[in-house]
Design a protein around this ligand. Structure first.
Ligand code: ATP
Length: 224
C-alpha cells in the first residue's frame, strides 16, 4: 500500500487482523471489516481463514473453497486483503503462531491489531500461549452496544493493566486492549449454511460472486 494513514507514528503502519473460519464469508464479516478499517484508519485489514480451528468443529467445506470465497468477496475492496498463511500450515491454527509469523515480516514500529468479538475475547484464557499475545499485537474487542456480560475472572487483571480509553488511545506496536462498539448485522455462517442446505436463498447475505461460487461448486447442499 502507499503512504501510511496512521497518525500515531511517523512511518509505522497500522494493520488489523480478523481471523475466522469464513465458512462461508458473509456480509457480517465484510461490513465489520470495512467499518473497523475506516474508523481506525487502518493501512490494511487482513482476513485470515483458519485451517483447523482448535476451538470448534471442522469447517464444512475445504480450505481451498473458503479461501477462494474470501478472495472473491474482497475483489475491489480497498485496504481489505486475505492472508492465507494458516491454510499453508500443517498444524492447528494457533493465533500465537500466526502473530509471530506476521510480526517477523513487519517493521518493529508497525502496529498490529488483533480484532476479536467479545465472545472470542472471553475465551482467550483457553488459547495456546494466550498470555503472550499482547507481546505481538494490540487487541481490539468488537463489543455490541447492548452487551452486558462481565469479563471472566481470568481476564480481569489483564483488562485492568492493559485497557486504554478507546481505539484512538492505542499507541505503539503492541500491548494494549481497546473496545470498539459496533452493531453487528444479524448474519452468521451457520444461518447461511442452513439456508443453503434446505434449498433456500442466501442472496444478499453473501456477495453475489461468493454465491455464484457456492452454486458452481455445489457447496453446502448437504445436511448442516
Ligand atoms: P459460524 O456461524 O460458522 O460460527 P460466523 O458467522 O460466526 O460462523 P466466523 O468465521 O466464525 O463466522 O467469524 C469470524 C469472525 O467474524 C469472528 O470474530 C466473529 O465474531 C466475526 N463475525 C461473525 N459474524 C459476524 C457479524 N454478523 N458481524 C460482525 N462480526 C461477525
Amino acid at each position: 500500500m502507499d503512504a501510511p494513514s496512521n497518525a500515531n507514528a511517523t512511518d509505522a503502519r497500522r494493520i488489523g487482523l480478523l481471523g475466522g473460519t469464513f465458512d462461508p464469508v458473509h456480509i457480517g464479516h465484510l461490513r465489520s471489516a470495512v467499518e473497523v478499517a475506516e474508523s481506525l484508519q487502518l493501512d490494511e485489514l487482513r482476513l485470515i481463514p483458519s485451517a483447523r480451528p482448535p476451538h470448534r468443529n471442522a469447517p464444512q467445506v475445504s480450505a481451498q473453497d473458503r479461501l477462494a470465497m474470501v478472495e472473491l468477496a474482497l475483489v475491489g475492496a480497498d485496504g481489505l486483503q486475505v492472508d492465507d498463511r494458516e491454510l499453508k500450515r500443517d498444524k492447528p491454527s494457533y493465533t500465537i503462531d500466526t502473530l509471530e509469523s506476521i510480526r517477523a515480516e513487519l517493521a518493529v514500529d508497525d502496529q498490529l491489531l488483533l480484532i476479536l468479538g467479545w465472545d472470542a475475547f472471553c475465551g482467550l484464557p483457553g488459547w495456546q500461549r494466550w498470555d503472550e499475545l499482547l507481546e505481538h499485537c494490540h487487541i481490539l474487542v468488537l463489543q455490541r452496544p447492548d452487551a452486558d456480560s462481565d469479563a471472566p475472572e481470568a481476564l480481569r487483571n489483564l483488562l485492568a493493566a492493559r485497557s486504554v480509553n478507546g481505539p484512538s488511545a492505542l499507541t505503539g506496536p503492541s500491548g494494549q486492549i481497546a473496545f470498539i462498539w459496533q452493531t453487528p448485522l444479524a448474519v452468521s455462517a451457520t444461518q447461511i449454511r442452513a439456508l443453503l442446505a434446505s434449498g433456500r436463498s442466501a442472496r444478499f447475505l453473501v456477495p453475489d460472486a461468493v454465491l455464484a461460487y457456492i452454486h458452481a461448486h455445489g457447496l453446502y447442499r448437504g445436511a448442516n
